[in-house]
Design a protein around this ligand. Sequence first.
Ligand SMILES: [Zn+2]
Length: 111
Amino acid sequence: MDIFFYIEMKKRNEILIKQLEETITSYNDIMSCINENCEYTYSTVELINFYNDLCEDCEYQIKQVNIMNKSNDTIIYENCKHNFITDIIDIDPEKEKTICYCTVCELTKRD
Ligand SMILES: [Zn+2]
């Protein structure tokens, strides 16, 4: 099995999730702008409805993509010829954490 397909899918899915989250954020910006500045006319209500639907779709898609990524991770983890390395990462300026991850699939080592 070619796990690089799944790794590529995972990366693209992560980008997709980011874009969906940005859409939701921009929805919230637009909503607060409408709330502060607009009168509720037919066209603003239309716009609100459009964004409400879009936002719900985005939230639904984020959940679906996350589920897909979890099963992708399982396939990747089980089929990768791992090359684990240990590294120290900064959580915040005062805290650091030691992690063990694979340089091929970038997944952390499981117990
Ligand atoms: Zn690996």
